[in-house]
Ligand binder design. Sequence first.
Ligand SMILES: *[C@@H]1O[C@H](CO)[C@@H](O)[C@H](O)[C@H]1NC(C)=O
Ligand SMILES: *[C@@H]1O[C@H](CO)[C@@H](O)[C@H](O)[C@H]1NC(C)=O
Ligand SMILES: *[C@@H]1O[C@H](CO)[C@@H](O)[C@H](O)[C@H]1NC(C)=O
Length: 206
Amino acid sequence: VVLVVGNPANTNCLIAAKCAPSIPKENFSCLTRLDHNRARSQVAMRCGVPATQVKNVIIWGNHSSTQYPDVHHCLVNISGSEVPCYDAVKDDAWLQGDFISQRGAAVIKARKLSSAMSAAKAICDHMRDIWSGTPEGEFTSMGVYSTGNSYGVQKDLIYSFPVHIKDKSFKIVDGLPINDFSRSKMDATAAELIEERDTALAFLDL
Ligand SMILES: *[C@@H]1O[C@H](CO)[C@@H](O)[C@H](O)[C@H]1NC(C)=O
Ligand SMILES: *[C@@H]1O[C@H](CO)[C@@H](O)[C@H](O)[C@H]1NC(C)=O
Ligand SMILES: *[C@@H]1O[C@H](CO)[C@@H](O)[C@H](O)[C@H]1NC(C)=O
C-alpha cells in the first residue's frame, strides 16, 4: 500500500501511480484523514459528545479548500441513540457555511486540540484502518483512484471517497443518495483536480 501525504497530495499520488504501472492502481492512496478527523471533531464539539460518537462523515475530492466535508450520512450517538447529524447539530447554516469552509479548524487549534488532530495521527489512523478494516456499517475517507464508476467522478483522478475496508482492501461505498447541494460541491472539487492533473501530466509528458 502506498500512502501519499505531500501536497498536492491527490495529484502527486496520481503521478506516482502512473510512474509505477506494475503496482495496481488500487494500492495507491492519499491522505484526507486529517480533514475527516477534523470534521468529525467539529461535529462532536457542537453536539457536546466525544468524537468517537460521530461516524460516517465524508470528505469528497481534493485535500484542499475545495474539498467537501459532507455530513448528510453522518450519525451522532446522543445518549445511546443514533441521530442524523443535521438533527443533532440543529444549525443548517453552520453546517453549510463555516463548517465547510473550515473556519472551525481555527477553533480546534485555539483550543489546543490540534495535537490530537495532527497529520501524524491521521497517517496512523489511515494505515491502521487499512490493516484492521473499518467496523461494519462504518466508513472513512481516503483519496483513491477513480475508475469512473462511482458518483459520476471522472476516471483517472485520485479523489477522496467514502471507503469501507475489509481484508486489507478498500471498497468505495457506493449508492449513497447525493442531493443537489452536495453534487455541486463534489463537481467543483473534481473540476479542480482535473485541471491540476492535466497540467501536471502535460508538464511531465506522461
Ligand atoms: C497490492 O495490494 C494487495 C492487497 O493489499 C497486495 O496483496 C499486493 O501485494 C499489492 N501489490 C503490490 C505490487 O504492491
Ligand atoms: C489540491 O489540494 C492541494 C493541497 O491543499 C493544493 O496544493 C492544490 O493546489 C489543490 N488543487 C487545486 C487544483 O486546487
Ligand atoms: C452510543 O453511546 C452509548 C454510550 O452513551 C453506548 O453505550 C452505545 O453502545 C453507543 N451506540 C452505538 C451504536 O455506538
